[in-house]
Ligand binder design. Structure first.
Ligand code: NAD
Length: 264
């Protein structure tokens, strides 16, 4: 099977939530394609391990402890990246949190956390890097949203609402930066078996009194193409969106999800 192949040498990628799951996959892929990668995360130990894995494979990477809820710290991380590498070509505003599923169990603190990370964290990340990209009149911004930002459902409501906000933010920001040749798109992965998704599966299966594997089989049955999203499905799309071939694709919510987003 053929796959997208891009040469990103000389490019610099800045990734939030890069220590685990999808962010880690994006970091490793960007580095494998030749980009220098700045891996940021709340979990500095895991972020460092990702940067070390990139360096061991012959790539260039830095890791940095970053809580995207902190706008000043986010700007500082961008400034450090610019000091070190001189430019940022791609931003992956990827850090995200899920939270409780059941309506009556969701607290005000859960809402605050998801709004702060999934919405304001994205805003902080983009706001920190956009002036630099405007100055250079180039750049690609990819915001990790979700099919849940488009599909309504009775569970994980704050998550859906914050991911919908992330998609709308991508659409609006795309208009702000379009005159500068910068694109902004929302990546909307399908069900991807990362630590976030697996923790959710274990917890939900236990509540339903079924095994995790039975619960996951049930999820799979509801995916129109009956496949979970693999990291390569997401990183392949990201490679295309940062490539020259995608220079006019902006303000889109694109879902490598086997049809979940369009199903009811
Ligand atoms: P994950 O839990 O494996 O990774 C999320 C990372 O974000 C973690 O390393 C975590 O430490 C980091 N993070 C959390 N809060 C942070 C903060 N305040 N500041 C900085 N970093 C923080 O989960 P994942 O599945 O890889 O999720 C990555 C993104 O993909 C999230 O935005 C998530 O909502 C989205 N997503 C996931 C799926 C899925 O099925 N896994 C589907 C659609 C969208």
């Amino acid at each position: 099977m053929s796959r997208v192949s891009v040469d990103l040498s000389g490019k610099v990628a800045f990734i939030t939530g890069g220590a685990s799951g999808i962010g880690r996959g994006l970091a490793l892929q960007m580095a494998q394609d030749g980009a220098a990668v700045v891996v940021t995360d709340l979990d500095s130990v895991q972020a460092r391990l990702v940067a070390e894995a990139i360096a061991e494979a012959g790539g260039q990477a830095l890791s940095r402890d970053l809580d995207v809820r902190d706008a000043a710290a986010t700007s500082e991380a961008v400034a450090t990246t610019l000091d070190r590498f001189g430019q940022i070509d791609f931003v992956f505003a990827n850090a995200g949190v899920l939270g409780p599923a059941e309506y009556l169990e969701i607290t005000g603190a859960d809402w605050d956390l998801m709004l702060d990370v999934n919405v304001k964290g994205v805003v902080n990340t983009c706001r920190a890097v956009v002036p630099h990209m405007m100055e250079r009149r180039q750049g690609r911004i990819l915001i990790t949203a979700s099919y849940n930002g488009v599909r309504a459902g009775a569970h994980v409501i704050p998550y859906r609402v914050t991911k919908a906000a992330a998609i709308m933010y991508a659409r609006c920001l795309a208009l702000v930066v379009a005159p500068y040749g910068i694109t902004v798109n929302a990546l909307c992965p399908g069900v991807t078996l990362t630590p976030m998704q697996l923790d959710y599966a274990v917890e939900t299966a236990a509540k339903q009194g079924v095994t995790t594997s039975a619960y996951l089989d049930e999820r799979l049955a509801h995916i129109p193409m009956h496949e979970f999203t693999g990291l390569a499905d997401i990183t392949g799309l990201a490679e295309f969106l940062v490539s020259d071939s995608a220079r006019l694709i902006t303000g889109q919510a694109i879902a490598p999800d086997g049809g979940v987003m369009i199903s009811s």
